[in-house]
Design a protein around this ligand. Structure first.
Ligand code: UDP
Ligand code: MG
Length: 328
């Protein structure tokens, strides 16, 4: 088979019921765009028969392949694996639950042919999510815009087309705490957004818990901003200044009115206050130390259990194999 022009990466985790409806809707669109397409499913440690469903469809359609992880590594890492295995000149990343309308791919490809190296879907409606989640998302984008190294377009997620050039840059990034949204923006290149309305999830439930989302947001912040690290210096200065001012106040008061009672409450309060500050700053340092720890271990980003179809043809020199380093 000639090397494909367009690759579609789909991370899947327990999406058995979505595979068939997704392919039914996706494949005619891909055929309209180019016959030289491939679909790379990344089975992120599904415990249901997702992989079986993919294998069934892949039997009649060799352009559908899969990479299957030995366990659940998370969507971010599944995307990284997809990028390693995709061979197209342009790569589209999308969810399996049909929340990302496949019809958009045609528009993405048009924009790409217009010369954009990155075309992202921009969700115009988050109504299917809870108000709280939406509020937090908005807050996150505000904070990130204020403190992050780079700007993030609001509403832009993983649903996007990336040119081969961008894919190679993304693959060369060695970081383990992968915050893709940040990385997409970090690599730069000529980019444009295309608005789309998020559809309802077809089958199953969202794989993201609130706790996971919070962790994700924190990862994003810590990977692209040093403000959490620096803020404590300013706070430290402020507190020292306040301490000196208080000391002066007490000195003057004692000189003028004498001492009434040795300050037991103020002692306790200040001890508590300062141990609180110390603990918080220790925690922040710990966040970064934890990341350094994760990076120096240099574990492979993921472990492949099996490759199917086109994904199996990718030479193992370019793909990190089990327990081999991601980069030499
Ligand atoms: N997903 C994954 N690994 C995970 C969680 C999710 O590969 O650990 C996949 C999931 O199968 C889906 C996509 O990532 O194709 C988006 O997940 P989901 O729909 O649960 O997220 P949401 O749409 O709620 O943000
Ligand atoms: Mg979804």
């Amino acid at each position: 088979m000639a090397s494909p022009k367009l690759s579609v990466i789909i991370p899947v985790h327990n999406e058995s019921a979505n595979i068939a409806p997704l392919c039914e809707r996706l494949l005619p669109i891909l055929n309209r765009v180019t016959p030289a397409w491939e679909v790379v499913f990344v089975d992120d440690g599904s415990r249901d028969d997702t992989l079986e469903r993919i294998r069934e469809i892949g039997r009649d359609e060799p352009r559908i392949g899969a990479v299957s992880f030995s366990r659940n590594f998370g969507k971010e890492i599944a995307i990284a694996a997809g990028l390693d295995h995709a061979r197209g000149d342009a790569v589209v990343i999308m969810d399996a639950d049909l929340q990302h309308p496949p019809e958009m791919i045609e528009t993405f490809v048009e924009r790409w042919r217009d010369g954009y190296l990155m075309v992202y879907g921009q969700r115009t409606d988050r109504s299917e999510e809870t108000r709280v989640k939406r509020g937090f998302a908005h807050l996150f984008y505000r904070l990130f815009a204020r403190f992050g190294e780079i700007g993030l377009p609001e509403g832009a997620g993983d649903f996007r087309l990336i040119d081969r050039k961008g894919v190679e840059v993304l693959r060369s990034l060695g970081e383990k705490a992968r915050f893709s949204k940040g990385l997409y923006a970090w690599i730069g290149f000529k980019a444009t957004g295309v608005p789309f309305v998020v559809e309802e999830r077809r089958f199953g439930t969202s794989k993201w818990s609130f706790r996971k989302l919070f962790r994700f947001a924190f990862d994003g912040m810590a990977s692209f901003s040093t403000v959490p690290l620096r803020i404590w210096t300013y706070l430290g200065f402020l507190i020292s200044f306040l301490a000196i001012a208080t000391a002066i106040y007490f000195m003057i008061r004692t000189l003028l009115f004498g001492t009434d009672l040795p300050g037991f409450p103020s002692l306790i309060v200040s001890i508590m206050f300062f141990s609180g500050i110390q603990l918080m700053s220790l925690g922040i340092v710990g966040e970064y130390v934890g990341r350094i720890f994760a990076e120096v271990k240099r574990r492979p980003l993921y472990v492949v259990a099996e490759r199917i179809g086109g994904a199996a043809e990718v030479s193992s020199d370019t793909v990190p194999d089990n327990f081999r380093m991601r980069r030499a």
